[in-house]
Design a protein around this ligand. Sequence first.
Ligand code: PLP
Length: 398
Amino acid sequence: MTTRSGRHFLQIPGPTNVPDRVLRAMDFPTIDHRGPEFARLAAEVLEALRPAFQTRGPVIVNPSSGTGACEAALINTLSPGDRIVIMETGWFSHIAWRQPAEKLGLQVDYVPGTWRRGAAPEDLEARLADDKAHAIKAVVVVHNETSTGVTSRIGDLRRAMNDVRHPALLIVDTVSSLGSIDYRHDEWEVDVTVTGSQKGLMLPPGLGFNAISEKALAASKKARLPKAYWEWEGILKANASGFFPYTPATNLLYALREALRMLNEEGWPNVFRRHHVHAEAARAAVRAWGLELVCENPREYSNSLTAVFTPEGHDADRLRTLILDKFDMALGTGLGKLAGKVFRIGHLGSFNHLMLVGTLGGVEMGLRLAGIPHKDDGVKAAMDVLTVADRQPEPAIV
Ligand code: PLP
């Protein structure tokens, strides 16, 4: 049996590394979820969540994975047979949205994408302009496609919807962007924002979230897809006095309270800038290695992960396995049609310069050991980006 020393490097694009402060915050006795102490906890957490989504509206928290929160968004707002548009961005637009939506009995217009670019506002506009009768009830977009490292421009997509005055709801999946990439629920007039706990929010898996607009809330009063556990109405009613209509995940809520405190202490613009700088450094490393990014459009580069093609004839999973065995580092696998062709580096959540340099060092050594043609200049290129960024006091981007 192999023994390992030092820390495991969990560099998949989520679940991410849970900070010690958050782990410690969970390590307390579970309290009565119908008592006054719990009510104070819930009130604090539900309020503190709003800035994370940049919303003044309510945020629903359920014990669930991200996929559960996707289903909750659909069944609370839609009725059997409703037509919806889902923009194809990669594996997650399919597995977390198209497939469940079809199983729920919705009619899905799946607008084709290349998996190398974000959802195109012009494609959405054309699709909605054709729908003069407003049969389309919702548009679903994955903000940050975790399988490809491409971030769609939600503000531009919203403008496209407004330009053709289409009343469909806008539902956005931020599972791998919320808490890492600037995301504006209210400003972009998003109706339901979906996320999970295990990525930018720096928690273990186990919580799913829906931030909801007034329009989404109004739609939920008429929506007829069957629901019970997920029904927003009962949850919002109980939340108003600091409770839940079921037994909540109390210790994960302790963790959430602590993680939100940490993000607030750092300051949201600094959180976004940190992710941007680490992503720029990771991309510089990829270019210096002479490898190819999956994302083709620099305006759509993801700040939370980088997906990289291995050269033709070199299996990306063999590289990942070798890196796991030799250096105890987990990288993300290629998903769907990118299986075996792509590896993904997660650089989101609780993360710093030296973790990035270590991660890229592990990849560079793995490339050598796997005999994959590359130049050994990636780590240096990343360090150059990091040091240049550190000399600039003002945020380059937020
Ligand atoms: N959507 C996106 C963009 C994701 O990255 C994921 C998971 O990684 C999901 C949905 C599904 O979330 P979960 O695996 O927590 O159910």
